[in-house]
Design a protein around this ligand. Structure first.
Ligand code: ATP
Ligand code: MG
Length: 186
C-alpha cells in the first residue's frame, strides 16, 4: 500500500542542516534523548499535511518553525519540508510511482509574516490541488491519523461519554447526531 518513504527537511525547527530521513514500509521507531528533535519530525509531517492548523504543530506562529540558529548558528529566513510517498498502488491520484509533497514558507513583511508555497513533485501547485491529493489519501492532520504526546493520557482520563464521541467521530456518526439535535430543537 501507500506509505511514507522519506522526509526531507531544510531549516525546519532544529534541522538547520538539510536532512533526509528514509523509512521502510511498516513500522518505524525514532529514538533519541530529550530535546533531540523526535517530535520535530512529526511536526514536520503535520506542517506539510495540515496547512490550516499550526496549533497541532506546537507553534504559536508558523514562522516559529523556521530554524532560529540554535546557540551559535544563523537564523534562516525560510523552511522547506517534503514528504515522499510510495505511490506504486496509485492511491494518490497521480500517475507516478512516487509522489513528493513539499511545503515552503519564507519570511515576508505582510500580515502573516510569511509567504507559503506548495509543490507537487517539484512543480508549484495551488493549495486546493495539494489538499485534494491529501483528501484522496484520507490523510489529515486534524483527524485521528496522529496520536501525539499527551493524547493517550487525555483519552484515558476522559469520561466515557467524551470517549464515545471520539469513536462516533471516527465512524462518521457525529454529523448525524448534530442533524438529529437540530431537528429536535425545531
Ligand atoms: P522529548 O523526548 O522531550 O519529547 P524530542 O526529541 O521530541 O524530546 P523536540 O521537541 O522534537 O524533542 O525538539 C526540541 C528541540 O527543538 C529544542 O532543543 C528546541 O530548542 C529545538 N527547536 C524548536 N524550534 C526550533 C527552531 N525554530 N530553531 C531551532 N531549534 C528549534
Ligand atoms: Mg517529543
Amino acid at each position: 500500500g501507500m506509505y511514507l518513504k522519506a522526509i526531507e527537511l531544510e531549516n525546519f525547527k532544529s534541522f538547520g542542516r538539510k536532512t533526509r530521513l528514509e523509512f521502510k514500509e511498516g513500522f518505524t521507531a525514532i529514538s533519541g534523548p530529550n530535546g533531540s528533535g523526535k517530535s520535530n519530525i512529526t511536526d514536520a509531517i503535520l506542517f506539510v499535511l495540515g496547512p490550516k492548523s499550526s496549533k497541532k504543530i506546537r507553534a504559536q506562529r508558523l514562522t516559529d518553525l523556521i530554524y532560529n540558529g540554535g546557540k551559535n548558528g544563523r537564523p534562516a529566513d525560510y523552511c522547506r519540508v517534503s514528504l515522499i510517498f510510495d505511490n506504486r498502488d496509485r492511491v494518490l491520484p497521480l500517475d507516478e510511482d512516487e509522489v513528493k509533497l513539499t511545503r515552503y514558507i519564507k519570511r515576508a513583511n505582510n500580515e502573516l509574516g510569511y509567504n507559503s508555497y506548495f509543490y507537487i513533485n517539484d512543480e508549484q501547485a495551488r493549495l486546493q490541488d495539494f489538499n485534494s491529493i491529501l483528501i484522496h489519501a484520507k490523510i489529515e492532520a486534524d483527524g485521528y491519523n496522529f496520536v501525539q504526546q499527551g493524547d493517550v493520557t487525555r483519552i484515558v482520563e476522559m469520561t466515557p461519554v467524551e470517549r464515545r464521541t471520539i469513536l462516533d467521530d471516527i465512524a462518521g456518526i457525529t454529523k448525524f447526531d448534530n442533524e438529529i439535535k437540530k431537528a429536535e430543537d425545531k
